[in-house]
Design a protein around this ligand. Sequence first.
Ligand SMILES: [Fe+2]
Length: 436
Amino acid sequence: MLTDARGLAVTTDDPAVVTAIDRYAEAFLAYTDDASAILEAAVADPACPLAQALAGALFLFLESRSAPAQAEPYIAAAEAAPRATERERLWTAATRAWADGRLDTAIDAHKAITARWPEDLLAAKVGQYHLFNQGRCRELCAMAEAVLPANRDVGYAHGMLAFGLEQTHRLAEAEAAGRHATDLHRTDPWAHHAVAHVMETQGRIAEGIAWMEALADAWADCNSFMLTHNWWHVALFHLDRDDPEAALRLYDERVWGVWKAYSQDQIGAVSLLARLELRGLDVGDRWQDVAAHMAAAGRDHDHVNGFLDLQYLYGFARAGRDGPVAAMRDSLSRHAADRAAAGETAWQEVVVPAADGLIAHARGDARRAVDGLAGVRDGLIRLGGSHAQRDLFDQILIDAALDVGDAAVAGPMLLARKRARPTVAVTDRLLARLAF
Ligand SMILES: [Fe+2]
């Protein structure tokens, strides 16, 4: 039995295994690519349940259909370990539940870990990830609040809190926490990101660009998600300031191209290309490259996460790939029915109607787009994603509603946007379309 960098017991006698676990935790908190040493640790000590569980989780973070099968040998080894602490048993149970798609159970296990061992920031981080993917914003924030007292000297804890506060609309507190995290630990990209969310939400466009550009040098070691996503946020600021060409340059230079096979890189690309088109920009043949990589990754039968699925589907549709669109729509119906039978209704109640609305919009059928999207607008949060990410669906709905002159749908949405972000000029132009 040894202890890790946070003073937590680990069932192993091999210091190298503990080092790998510490590196893994640091990699997830800092969003670097430094987690894979856990695979060597899992081989080095097959009886260390935590190394096995974390190795399994590494595959699950790939967010791909094949990930549970890749994770399985590690999770099975964790379960078969002859000795385990209670914390390690909870980590194993959480990872098993995640692989099985029982996210409620996984979340409960992470809550149990963080309640008894609040020093386990990685447990809080992974718990927040699951809560984020379920749109459970208050609990996401509460998880960071729960572990903060034990981690006040750790910058990451404040960055985790900052994002939770932002997602619960406590914007001033979120900004303060994000700035404090950055003061404690300048290179924390998640803290930078949380403050960017606040500035985006408040329409503080020039400030947002300045904040992110001043810190961008700190993202050099980030993994593809964090690197491309932070630049995605900078691109949003450029869209807000009516400079879609600058946003397109960021798409080409920063957002698309780091790891084209990865889920988050793909949806970041779809989400930005769609926003660029909604601003009237011709994005050329860029949809084709994204669609090719989504097809290669089998996204038309993915169904790991409904929020991701909707963006893959829209990307296929905008690329004119009718085959994958039809295959994915059929596959979605089957998956939604299966999940509903298991008691998880969001796929059937939200994902399927939204999918029809998005396909319709991509094909220019604005009436059907409104019909599909308007009814599920309040339910989309059940699919997870951030408010800024899900805003794409609002933008598409507004576009479709304006096309068919549906003021009852577009009017209140545009007025709410104008109230929240009066500095964003495109809202006024869209309101003018409504008036005429
Ligand atoms: Fe974000």
